[in-house]
Design a protein around this ligand. Structure first.
Ligand code: SER
Length: 611
């Protein structure tokens, strides 16, 4: 089975079960400042899980590209990945929910569909004797998920194969700190020796590989003072997720994600470049996995239409970390080929361009950025490693000081995580607190990518962010009036306090242009224009002049928000919402900064006052 085959069989199955197939969204969440990447198929659906109406209906399925960065340093074993594809199906609202929204399904149908897809010969045809499941055992906030337990029993699972696990394993979400969440039931497959398959399921045994998660999202985690509490959502949702690469490794009986077709061309290329074999030694296997994973993930982030380049903050910092870590392992493998990372990346583009055409569109950008970053880092890597060795040579206290770590970062471009990893390999630790003090003092790293990103969650539909979201639509319309119709949105990021908006334009805006834009937005606010939402076919939306960000992420039916009065249209955009009802609710619009974001892209930061 190939990636392409698995995507197709999964999506076809859910189509036959009445689901609409929606395309993968961007890897960089739109309008969500609280997370760096899309980490699950449900992520782009958060507004709909919270109750917004989805234009394509309430039964959806997708194959979503995802990035998870929490365990970059775990990558190197058989299962961990930074970039992966998640197959998923959703029901937004259950017919038996208290207020009876929608015609979706809940636990029974969800579990039965998963079971049928996995075991039926028409689909994956896995033998049930290799399957086991877990359900939520209950805690002080939510009860034992007896319903799921009983459904699995009715499907013939013995008690020994249904584990009741705690919140840590069987409660999913929210994606940030607030938002939709709920108990989940996970399905595992025995990937060990078929002769030794135990009767009893033990989730701690690595031979049981988790392949599918069904989350029953009927709760909303909300802020309660300094704490969080659960409340019931308006509707009962189903959110499922199945890691494509993991299932591929099961279906192909390879028990190593990197031996599937999703990696075979990449590993082959790395073998060629290094003149070594994947299975030569555990160190070589590990290094090849890291290189394949990291360069694939970096290519997808660079190729995401947002023009994000390596940098010292946010997503750019993650790209930098990934590329630099790959280069370090390339050095360990003895790759001497000049500017080799781009050779690996070309394979990523080739392997994925059919499913993700944005990689092809952005191929030049991806390769250029790779080259630049590799050149930059290579210049200092060897000297940096020598310096590191010198630092650790006479250590007696086992500690690398903050100053030493900061110097490795500032002078040799070693991301702190890399220094920490090198330290661990040498049985040392970095004094992180001391390091952070150094950073503060130098005020060089205002934010590291991994810190402080989970504030509100995508569910952030607070009044302030909704207002700023509507203001972003007015801003785009105003920019197009002042600078011309070749202005397009390249990204946006909204916090409670301000909006950040990236758009295509080659030059700095003049004071006069900025003033004009501000005035136009404030006039639209003063005119108290109505904000109207309509659902329509994508083609009709485009024909009606609605602006969209990136074609690739829309389904056939979309929501269009029009801001205007009578027949006058000030702005029309394809957007998931939510928005205010009238622009009069926005107060006063003010641009606080206009700067370059990347080549050909400008960035505006703006706020609303006098609300
Ligand atoms: N959100 C759940 C997960 O990521 C199911 O999709 O596992």
């Amino acid at each position: 089975m190939t990636s392409k085959g698995l995507r197709k069989i999964f999506l076809d199955f859910f189509k036959s079960q009445g689901h609409i197939i929606i395309p993968s969204s961007s890897l960089i969440p739109e309008n969500d400042p609280t997370v760096l990447f899309t980490t699950a198929g449900m992520h782009p659906l958060v507004p709909y899980l919270l109750g917004e109406k989805h234009p394509e209906g309430n039964k959806l399925a997708s194959c979503q590209k995802c990035i998870r960065t929490s365990d970059i340093e775990e990558v190197g074993d058989k299962t961990h990945l930074t970039f992966f594809e998640m197959l998923g199906n959703w029901s937004l609202g259950d017919p038996k929910a208290p207020d009876g929204i929608g015609s979706g399904y809940f636990k029974e149908k969800s579990i039965k569909m998963s079971y049928e897809f996995l075991t039926s010969k028409k689909y994956l045809g896995l033998d049930k004797k290799y399957l086991a499941v877990s359900v939520f055992a209950g805690n002080e906030n939510a009860e034992f998920d007896k319903e799921s337990y009983d459904i699995w029993k009715s499907l013939g699972f013995s008690k020994k194969r249904i584990a009741k696990l705690s919140q840590k394993s069987n409660w999913w979400g929210p994606a940030g700190q607030t938002g939709p969440c709920g108990p989940c039931t996970e399905i595992f497959y025995w990937a060990g020796d078929s002769q030794t398959i135990p009767d009893e399921f033990n989730a701690d045994d690595d031979n049981w590989v988790e392949i599918w998660n069904n989350v029953f999202m009927e709760f909303n985690q909300v802020k309660d003072g300094n704490d969080y509490k659960l409340s019931f959502l308006k509707q009962k949702n189903v959110d499922t997720g199945m890691g494509l690469e993991r299932v591929l490794s099961i279906l192909n009986k390879v028990n190593d994600i990197y031996k599937t077709e999703a990696f075979s061309n990449l590993i082959f290329k790395i073998e060629q470049l290094s003149k070594k074999k994947y299975n030569e030694s555990p160190e070589i296997t590990k290094a090849m996995r890291i290189i394949a994973d990291h360069l694939k993930a970096a290519s997808f982030i660079l190729g995401d239409d947002k023009g994000i380049a390596p940098s010292n903050i946010d997503q750019g910092y993650i790209i930098r970390r990934l590329i630099r870590r790959a280069i370090r392992y390339g050095k360990q493998l003895g790759i001497t080929y000049e500017l080799w990372t781009k050779e690996v990346v070309k394979i990523v583009i080739h392997d994925y361009l059919e499913q993700y055409p944005e990689l092809q569109r952005n191929a030049d950008f991806i390769i250029d950025q790779l080259k630049t970053e590799e050149l930059k880092f290579k210049k200092t890597l060897s000297i940096g490693l020598k310096k590191f060795k010198k630092i650790i040579k006479n250590k007696t206290n086992g500690l690398i000081s903050g100053k030493e770590a900061f110097n490795l970062y500032q002078t040799y471009g070693f991301p702190i995580e890399m220094t920490e990893e090198l330290a661990r390999e040498n049985d040392l630790v970095v004094d992180k607190e001391d390091y952070l003090k150094e950073v503060k003092e130098h005020q060089k790293l205002s934010r590291t990518a991994s810190a402080g990103k989970f504030k509100g969650g995508l569910s952030d539909a607070r009044k302030e962010t909704v207002r700023l979201h509507t203001a972003a639509h007015l801003l785009l319309a105003a920019l197009r009036q002042v600078l011309g119709n070749n202005i397009f949105q390249k990204g946006s990021n909204i916090t409670k306090e301000r909006l950040r908006f990236d758009f295509s334009y080659p030059e700095k805006l003049t004071q006069e242009q900025k003033q004009k834009v501000e005035d136009l937005v404030n006039k639209a606010i003063k005119d108290d224009l109505a904000v109207k939402m309509e659902e329509m076919e994508l083609k009709k939306a485009k024909d009606s002049g609605a602006l969209g960000v990136f074609d690739a992420k829309y389904g056939n039916k979309v929501k269009v928000y029009t801001i205007g009065k009578d027949n006058y249209v000030f702005s029309r955009e394809i957007c998931g919402g939510p928005h205010v009802k009238h622009t009069g609710e926005l107060g006063h619009f003010k641009i606080i900064k206009e700067q370059s974001s990347s080549a050909g892209v400008r960035r505006i930061k703006a706020i609303l006052t006098h609300i």
